[in-house]
Every structure is written in C-alpha cells, then in structure tokens.
Design a protein around this ligand. Structure first.
Ligand code: NOJ
Length: 549
C-alpha cells in the first residue's frame, strides 16, 4: 500500500478566478468573490482549492503571463485580500494551492524589460536570445503552441527571443542558475506565507534542445510544432531535483505538475515515491481522444489510457484525476451528450474518473454540468491561441470557416464562460456585463436551482464525494479493470483487504451489457444515476453506479 498523505485523501476544485464570482461588479471575477463562495465549496465537500493565476499580469493569456510574482492582479484585488482568502480557506478546513507559472513570464515583467534593454544587461541571459539567420529570418522553424513562430524579433538589440506560448510570454532561460535560484526563492516566499502547494504550469517545457535545429515539417508548412525539442527533454530532471531540494522538500505541501508529454513509461521520474519530483501530474493522454466531427467518444482508448496510468503508478506514485480544466471544452458537450442525456452523461463520466486511484479534481461548473458556449463569430473568442490561428489562416487566404467550425467545440473559451450561480441577470456572476458572455442556458443550468433539486448533477457530485470519503478503499484500494474489452462500458473494481466495490459507467448513448465474473451474492448499490434497479446485463444509456460487491 502506498504511504498515507493528506493530499491523497482530498478532493480538489479548480477556480478560474476571472470567471468564478465578481464581488465588485466590474464584470471580472475576483478574490473577494471567491471568499464569498467558500461555504459553497465546503458544502460540496472540497478539501483543496487550486486557484489559477491571480498574480499581476497584463492578461495576454488571462494571468498565465505574469509581470510580478509577488503581487495581485488589479482586477482581482490586493495582497491583503489574498491573505484574507488564505486565512478564510484555512479556517474552513480547506487548503489553497496556487498556479506556479515559471516556464515564462510576461514581456512586461521587470526581468524581461531589463533583459531586452541591451545585449550586455545582467539579465540578458535570463531569457533565450538568438541571432537571426543570415537572411534575417528566425533562428529555427519551431512553432509556438499558440501558433506562428516561437521567435519574436526585437528591433532594439537585433536578436530574436524565444516564446513557446504567446509573444507576450517570453521563456525564462532555465539553463541559467540565477533563474533557477530566483524561481526557488519565489516559491519559498509563497510557502512561507502559508500556501499549501502549487499546480506547476507547463513544467515539461522548461528545457529546450536547441541543438536539434530545424524540425521536420508536414504539408510544406513553414513551421513545425516544437514539441519534439521543447517538451520533456533529457536533462530536465536535474533542474527539477534542484527545485525539489531547494524548496519542495522543506514544506508539508502538495504539487501537481502540468505534464504534457510525460508517458506512463517515465512517470516514476515525475511522481515515483523515490525518484519523483512532484506528488502528482496532470498527464495529457486522454485529452486528445475526441475531435470535432467524431460521432462518438472512443471508450476503449479512454480506458486504455487511464488504466495504464493506474497500473503504472500502483504502489509507486499517485494520479491526478481530471476530465476538465480551463484549457478544455466542457466534457458533457464533447464526450457526453448535452441534449438528450445531459444529466446521465455528466454523472456517468463523473463516476468513472472520480473513483479511480488518485486525487480527483473538479473544474468550476463541471459539478453543475455546464456546457460548451454556442460560438458563432470570431469576435466572441477570447483565447489567444484561437485568435492567433485565425489571423494566420486569414492572412494565408485559408478556410477560416472550417477553422471556426473546429474551434466552436474545442477551444479553451468553452471552459471560461462565467460560472452560472442563479437565474439573475448574468447568472448571478456579476451585475455588470461580464468580461466574457454568460452561456445563454444559465436559466436552466445553475447552482441555485441544482442545490434545491435532489436529483441534480450538483447533488450527485456531493453524493459522489461522500462515497469517495466513506471508505479508505476509494483512496488506497487497488484498481482493476472489469470486462476490459467492452467498448461501451468503463468498469473497474477497487479492493482493499476484504472490501470490494464495482464502479461501472456506460459511456455511450446506447444500451450496453457488462460481463462480470466474480459476482457477489448481495451486491449493494451505493450510488446510481437512474431510478430503479441496475441490471448489468442491460445498462441504459450512460447508466452508472457504484456497487458494493
Ligand atoms: C498551460 C495553462 O493551463 C494554459 O492556460 C496556459 O495558456 C499555458 N500553460 C501557458 O502558461
């Protein structure tokens, strides 16, 4: 059995502050708005709040472009209000983890302002600068994750700087020990203030292999995605170990790394009980399983990915369980069915991911089954990645309609519409026009109404959390797939000592059948998303349950 830890027994909830709750009615969520909703989170059963960036930022990427790590974004409040938030979270028995964004800063961070001021500035080498090629073009053909080149030319010093994300997010040069030390000191400053951990943004990207030069392109594209040279590159663990020893090891905190590009095969280096640098990671392998135009969600592929992670980390590591975050579309609209089986598909997907071994994360609004936004025009989008891509395609005379069609369902803004609290104007998020439109379905989908309705998705989540906390088996018990080749049903057991539970979810809109060998005499249904008895031989669309065997 793995060692016991508070963060293994916890349920986490992600707050995207801009869209959570606006206390001063300027249309933008804020820290006091979050304080006002802490009782809601306590009532839901939350133990850990992950707060997306609330630091000073010019908001090119909604706070993931930080211009001061030691101060709060004006729209969100003040440091005194942050301190009050931290205290209130602790007083209510919860913990608060922040977003640590250190692959890059804002181009408005004083470090970068200094760095770009001259080639001889002491901070020049804190960022990544290279000469143009002889013809003046970019040093290589790597493409930014937010589209276009990773390089931006700087007139003043006649060099290019590197940015894996937007051009207002220059990458820090982690090769420089001073940078690593500055990051470590900043982390310790926040830990000394009493925060309980970090979600570590884009951490697999801090090391780049520039010696790889130009990368192969497809379809005669000018640029090639930089992943092969800028994600999980050899040598990264030396730096992470330095961070661990210089900071993480000294505090009773938790960390969850955002780990694009990490596979089960090298997971032990990231979260292994001995070699790991973090407590958990958000792996990405299940995120690309659904694409616009696909008629249904690939249940087998989903099972395969998650079960592989479960088995790989068994007794050596810990999973972070999640299906949504601020970079993902709403799952009930993509993996599920937000029309005919809205309730059933939201709750079936909930049961299936939530009771695996790991710490479950809920993204704001997921617990009430918030859906994708009905996008129509490019003007409605806020996501810098979509806008960049649209501008590039338009400049090339490409098919912008096809691009919009794809992004309607898959863009990051879908998860960023304001939280739907009640039926008041702007869904109770704010009395002013919100920074991003509220989903027009807020009169039907909102917290107030679901709190009152015993059969709501919200109350289902509350019950699910109670089940998860009712027995150690849901935390420490062994995970084993059941009927693993079943292409409709995701079913598994959790076992600890002589206690076994079956968790079963039909993830399709058709009836399905589960084959189960070790049937018990007196199965007891603990949680179920349909009325009446469950028949494993004839599961209804998206029917799901937790059954004690
Ligand atoms: C990952 C974050 O989740 C995303 O929102 C952000 O744009 C990038 N990292 C860059 O910080």
């Amino acid at each position: 059995m793995t060692t016991k830890k508070w963060w293994k027994e916890a349920v986490a909830y992600q707050v995207y502050p801009r869209s959570f709750n606006d206390s001063n009615n300027d249309g933008i969520g804020d820290l006091n708005g979050l304080i006002a909703k802490l009782d809601y989170l306590v009532d839901l059963g939350i133990d850990i709040i992950w707060l997306s960036p609330m630091y000073k930022s010019p908001n090119d990427d909604n706070g993931y472009d930080i211009s001061d790590y030691f101060d709060i974004m004006d729209e969100f409040g003040t440091m005194a209000e942050f301190d009050a938030l931290l205290e209130a979270v602790h007083n209510k028995g919860m913990r608060l983890i922040l977003d640590l964004v250190v692959n890059h800063t804002s181009d408005e961070h004083p470090w970068f302002i200094e760095s770009r001021s001259s080639k001889t500035n002491a901070k020049r080498d804190w960022y990544i600068w290279q000469d143009p090629q002889p013809d003046g073009s970019e040093p290589n053909n790597w493409e930014s994750i937010f589209n276009g080149s990773t390089w931006e030319y700087d007139q003043k010093t006649e060099q290019y700087y590197f940015h894996l994300f937007s051009k207002k997010q220059p990458d820090l040069n982690w090769e420089n020990p001073e940078v690593r030390q500055a990051v470590i000191s900043m982390m310790n400053w926040w830990f000394d203030k009493g925060i309980d951990g970090f979600r570590v943004d884009a951490i697999t990207h801090i090391k780049k292999s520039f010696d790889k030069g130009n990368l192969p392109t497809t379809n005669q594209q000018k640029f090639a995605p930089a992943f092969d040279a800028a994600m999980n590159q050899p040598g990264i663990h030396t730096w992470l170990q330095e961070v661990k020893e210089g900071s993480l090891d000294h505090y009773d905190i938790m960390t969850v790394g955002e780990a694009n590009g990490v596979s089960p095969a090298d997971a032990h280096l990231w979260v292994g009980e001995n070699e790991g640098k973090f407590d958990m990671i958000f792996q990405f392998e299940h995120l690309g399983l659904w694409q616009t135009g696909e008629s249904s969600f690939d249940v087998l592929a989903y099972k395969n990915v998650l079960a592989t992670w479960q088995k790989r980390l068994e007794n050596n590591g810990w999973n972070a369980l999640f299906i949504e975050n601020h970079d993902q579309p709403r799952r009930v609209s993509t993996w599920g069915d937000d029309q005919q089986f809205w309730y059933e598909s939201a709750t079936s997907h909930a049961i299936v991911y939530f009771l695996q071994q790991g710490t479950p994360f809920i993204y704001q609004g997921q617990e009430i089954g918030m859906t994708n936004y009905p996008f129509e025009h490019i003007e409605t989008f806020n996501d810098v990645a979509v806008i960049n891509e649209y501008n590039i395609v338009k400049a090339q005379g490409g098919d912008t309609e096809a691009l919009l069609h794809k992004h309607k369902m898959e863009n990051r803004d879908n998860g960023r519409t304001p939280m739907q609290w009640n039926t008041d104007k702007h869904a109770g998020f704010s009395t002013a026009e919100p920074w991003f439109p509220v989903n027009p379905n807020y009169k039907d989908i909102n917290v107030a109404q679901q709190l009152e309705d015993p059969d709501s998705i919200l109350n289902f989540y509350k019950d699910l959390i109670k089940v998860k906390k009712s027995d150690d088996v849901f935390t420490y018990g062994q995970f084993d797939l059941v009927d693993e080749n079943n292409s409709q049903v995701f079913a598994y057991t959790r076992k600890l000592n002589d206690i076994t539970y079956l968790i079963v979810g039909n993830l399709t809109d058709k009836n399905a059948q589960l084959s189960l060998d070790n049937n018990s005499n007196k199965p007891q249904t603990i949680l179920h998303n349909y009325d009446g008895d469950i028949d494993l031989q004839n599961l209804r669309p998206f029917e799901a349950a937790v059954i004690k065997l």
